[in-house]
Design a protein around this ligand. Structure first.
Ligand SMILES: [Zn+2]
Length: 161
């Protein structure tokens, strides 16, 4: 099953919002995860990066995230398909896919936006880093544009791709 993580947010003065996610400084994506065999939800949030590879039992290759469900004892895995797509500013804001996952036997049910995001000034290309979206909003000032910039109304959605 392919799942997509989608974002909708109001961007004012910034665009190209994305997780800071490179091989040197990987982003750790944090989720609530559920077993699709027995519907058990993992007691803790899980996080993994797209640069981590863990072996799947029985020579089934590798995945970014491997989880053995404590309830039904089955092993499940998930992998991020590609680098995240930057979210573009639009008015009104659109729900856009940022990331896609190949999921085997598990489903992500909730995304926790922990980690650093980055964006660019819409007209100035000013680079903003270490953007924290855990509160669902962010405010800063673009010196080049001489105006306040913000990200508000952050909504994450996990859906079937
Ligand atoms: Zn299970």
């Amino acid at each position: 099953m392919v799942l997509a993580l989608a974002l909708k947010a109001e961007l004012d003065g910034v665009t190209e919002l994305r997780p800071s996610d490179t091989a040197d400084t990987p982003f750790f994506y944090t989720f609530r995860v559920q077993c699709t065999s027995c519907r058990e939800t993992h007691p803790n949030d899980v996080s993994f990066s797209r640069f981590d590879q863990t072996e799947v039992s029985g020579s089934k290759g590798e995945a970014n995230f491997v989880w053995r469900c404590k309830n039904c004892k089955r092993e499940h895995s998930a992998s991020i398909k590609a680098a995240p797509t930057a979210y573009q500013q639009s008015d009104p804001p659109k729900m856009l896919t940022m990331l896609e996952f190949d999921c085997r036997g598990l489903e992500f049910t909730e995304f926790k936006a922990e980690g650093d995001f980055e964006a660019k000034g819409t007209d100035t290309a000013t680079s903003f880093t270490a953007i924290d979206l855990t509160d669902g909003e962010w405010f800063d000032y673009d010196e080049k544009a001489g105006q306040q910039v913000s990200i508000t109304g952050v909504q994450w959605e996990i859906r079937r791709a």
